[in-house]
Design a protein around this ligand. Structure first.
Ligand SMILES: [Zn+2]
Ligand SMILES: [Zn+2]
Length: 126
């Protein structure tokens, strides 16, 4: 169980409203200062303009040329949709998981074949 980020006190899980259930996996309240901490659902990582790890949400993912047979591939309906929508294969080295995402990297690593293409799309965003 995590502790309160404000006072370090113990957190207790509180009831979510109907709408909160769509957005949060869990909501906690501190027993001491009553500060609220929420855990957003992972599909929120599918929103936004850059590619993110579906598990930890980091933007620091790397592009894979082909599937790695050592690390597991993240599966599920959203990932199937990303793949069908023309998603590319990415890898999170923190979670050691592979996944498909149709968005580009937040900061493309230098010296890859696609640098030119990635830079162009990044410039368009700005
Ligand atoms: Zn607290
Ligand atoms: Zn990750």
């Amino acid at each position: 169980m995590r502790n309160c980020s404000r006072c370090g006190g113990r957190l207790r899980r509180i009831h979510r409203t109907f709408w909160e259930r769509f957005s949060y996996l869990a909501i906690y309240e501190c027993r001491d200062c009553h500060d609220i901490t929420s855990h957003p659902r992972h599909y929120r990582y599918h929103l936004g303009e850059h590619c993110r790890c579906p598990r930890c949400g980091t933007l620091r993912v790397t592009r894979l040329k082909e599937r790695d047979h050592i690390d597991p591939l993240n599966t599920g309906l959203l990932h199937l949709l990303e793949r069908l929508a023309g998603g590319r294969l990415y890898h999170c080295r923190f979670c050691r998981v592979q996944f498909y995402d149709r968005r580009s990297l937040a900061s493309p690593p230098p010296r890859t074949e696609e640098v030119g293409e990635e830079r162009k799309s990044a410039a368009k965003v700005k």
